[in-house]
Ligand binder design. Structure first.
Ligand SMILES: Nc1ncnc2c1ncn2[C@@H]1O[C@H](COP(=O)(O)OP(=O)(O)OP(=O)(O)O)[C@@H](O)[C@H]1O
Length: 240
């Protein structure tokens, strides 16, 4: 019995642009252990978001296989995939994706709408998640009234409120100033300490160096390393 949450085997993704094939990922294989912190890095267009979308079941691979907690994703129906995604995967995006006409509390509670719990429990879970990211006093604010860092913390609360198995984040600090970015990274470190599996796409090698595993993409191909030493990571990254 292994301790893998995700196992990717020869994953490929080719987009179709009219008659032109755009190969975005090429035969990528790796494993992600439960409770680990993985950074996906690489230059623009190297396939990072494509890979994250496959891991989060937002998109399907063109070939290859992916298993989540021992289950082959391709063997699930669309409905089963949607359920697994809704219950077990928390997504965080660079541009927050909050609903502007809803207050912070409702934005987070909305994410729990498809869970089986009743309205009171959903509200309690949303408040708890918002408190855990330091926004317990902002429940009734609207996204427009918050700073970028606060908006990103709302989107983290939204991702963690359902207590997912894994948190996937696509450039979560990309729109933030360095102070807010550091606060967001601290929250990821806390979540990791609490045992959550974290997978983060980033351009920032400093952030990547806090992960236990780095997946480095170059033109859709993968190189993998495990280091927490920024110098080593820089050398590895630039020599790949
Ligand atoms: N929906 C799509 N249709 C066609 N081509 C796409 C699509 N999405 C991505 N691509 C192409 O696939 C390749 C990988 O894109 P992807 O967005 O995964 O890269 P990335 O590493 O996340 O880039 P960035 O750092 O700029 O966000 C690029 O060549 C991109 O143009």
């Amino acid at each position: 019995m292994n301790n893998y949450l995700l196992e990717a085997n020869e994953l490929s993704k080719t987009y179709k642009m009219g008659k032109v094939d755009v190969p975005a990922l090429k035969n990528v294989s790796f494993t992600i252990e439960k409770g680990s912190f993985t950074a996906i890095i690489g230059t623009s267009g190297s396939g990072k978001s494509t890979l994250l979308n496959l891991l989060g079941m937002i998109d399907n691979p063109t070939s290859g296989s992916l298993s989540f907690n021992g289950t082959q994703i391709s063997q699930l129906t669309n409905k089963q995939q949607t359920k697994m995604r809704a219950e077990q995967i928390g997504f965080i995006f660079q541009s927050f994706h909050l609903v502007p006409v809803m207050n912070v509390l409702d934005n987070v509670a909305l994410q729990l709408y498809f869970s089986r719990s009743d309205k009171k429990r959903r509200k309690e879970a949303a408040i708890h998640a918002l408190q855990s990211v330091g926004l317990g006093s902002h429940l009734h604010h609207y996204p427009a009234d918050l700073s970028g860092g606060q908006r990103q913390r709302v989107s983290i609360a939204r991702a963690i409120a359902k207590n997912p198995e894994v948190i996937l984040a696509d450039e979560p600090t990309g729109s933030l100033d360095s102070k807010s970015g550091a606060e967001v990274i601290d929250i990821f470190k806390q979540l990791h300490k609490q045992g959550k599996t974290i997978i983060i796409v980033t351009h920032d090698l400093e952030i990547a160096s806090i992960a236990n595993q780095q997946l480095i993409l170059r033109d859709g191909e993968l190189k993998e390393t495990r280091t927490s030493k920024i110098q080593e990571l820089r050398q590895y990254y630039y020599s790949s």
